[in-house]
Design a protein. Structure first.
Length: 203
């Protein structure tokens, strides 16, 4: 019997200290793997959010440029640029008629900045029928959040050699310059374009 026990002990038994050491090493390895996983997951989430914000800003600016280039009807409803600010940040409002939308006969479009309860700014787009006062929401008017986490939204109208931050005339400006600045990873990233509105009544 003693010989059998001695043979079993010599053939592959583990002591309690060896088992505890193996469990400890396994726990350390799993902790390192999980830490690396969560770091990579957080980095991926931040990068994905930044890519989405960039795509939103680029798509909105491209659409706004095309809408301004298809703007019309200068005498009845001219383009309006209103100079505003929120806590020292430029938050202009832009209102105009355009053929560059899905509504038949054109649309009255407004771009303005809205402040959320948490203090963040968002660029809001409102679309309604031509001749509709879309500042006060009524039937047939749609409002969407175009871009989130906006730092500033600046619109300037060119007259001669001067850029004006306010434009409420019956005539059209020569050019309209739009600057949208968003926040990405703590940095402020500006997007800028200049558009020349279409002045005629029909395309």
């Amino acid at each position: 019997m003693r010989r059998l026990r001695a043979q079993r002990m010599s053939q592959g038994g583990f002591t309690l200290i060896e088992v505890l050491l193996a469990v400890f090493l396994l726990a350390m390895l799993l902790s390192a793997v999980y830490s690396a996983f969560f770091v990579i997951h957080d980095a991926t989430s931040v990068t994905t959010g930044a890519v989405v914000s960039l795509q939103e800003a680029r798509a909105t600016m491209d659409l706004m440029r095309r809408e301004l280039e298809a703007a019309f009807d200068p005498l009845k409803h001219p383009v309006e640029v209103t100079d505003r600010d929120a806590y020292g940040k430029q938050t202009s409002m832009l209102v105009f008629n355009t053929h560059g939308s899905a509504l038949a006969g054109g649309s009255r479009v407004t771009y303005s900045v809205n402040e959320a309860d948490d203090g963040k700014l968002s660029l809001i787009k409102t679309v309604g029928p031509v001749g509709e006062d879309i500042i006060s929401v009524s039937s047939g008017v749609a409002e969407v959040e175009a871009v989130e986490d906006v730092v500033s939204f600046s619109v300037e109208a060119l007259s001669g050699d001067k850029w004006n931050r306010t434009w409420r005339k019956s005539s059209w400006p020569e050019d309209i310059r739009v600057t949208l600045t968003i926040r990405l990873h703590g940095a402020e990233v500006p997007f800028v374009f200049t558009a020349r509105p279409y002045v005629g009544g029909d395309l």
